[in-house]
Ligand binder design. Structure first.
Ligand code: 5GP
Ligand code: ZN
Length: 112
């Protein structure tokens, strides 16, 4: 399949990996928007959050626990933000479900 994140997950395209298990692959964003910016990507090719099904409930809970674990390792004691951009209006550019995790500075709200 011609999917950038599937290629990163299977090692065809190199990445700075932070963590991997049977459900998710985690790596640093190539164009960081904060001092810490990594992506949590389910290994299953799910195009967007709008394609989630009942059977994915445990996977999404797992994503948030992985975020918590890696943020602790990254020293983000003051907090962080977990973001999912969903489809066109949400600003999604890679059509493989992923969660941004940003931290290391105070983040603005609301987003643009
Ligand atoms: P989206 O805009 O779909 O929410 O997020 C896609 C993210 O993937 C962007 O933040 C972008 O910087 C990141 N990205 C795109 N291509 C690559 C790549 O080849 N390697 C890594 N590590 N990140 C990428
Ligand atoms: Zn994919």
């Amino acid at each position: 399949m011609d999917c950038l994140f599937c290629k990163i997950i299977n090692g065809e395209i190199p990445s700075e990996k932070l963590y991997e298990d049977e459900l998710v692959y985690v790596f640093r964003d190539i164009d960081p928007k904060a001092p810490t910016h990594f992506l949590i990507v389910p290994k299953e090719h799910i195009p967007s959050a709008d394609n989630l099904e009942e059977r994915h409930k445990d996977l999404i809970g797992h994503v948030f626990l992985v975020a918590k674990k890696i943020c602790a390792e990254e020293g983000l004691t003051k907090g962080y933000r977990i973001v999912n951009n969903c489809k066109e209006d949400g600003g999604q550019t890679v059509e493989h479900l992923h969660f941004h995790v940003l931290g290391g500075r105070s983040l603005n709200w609301p987003p643009g």
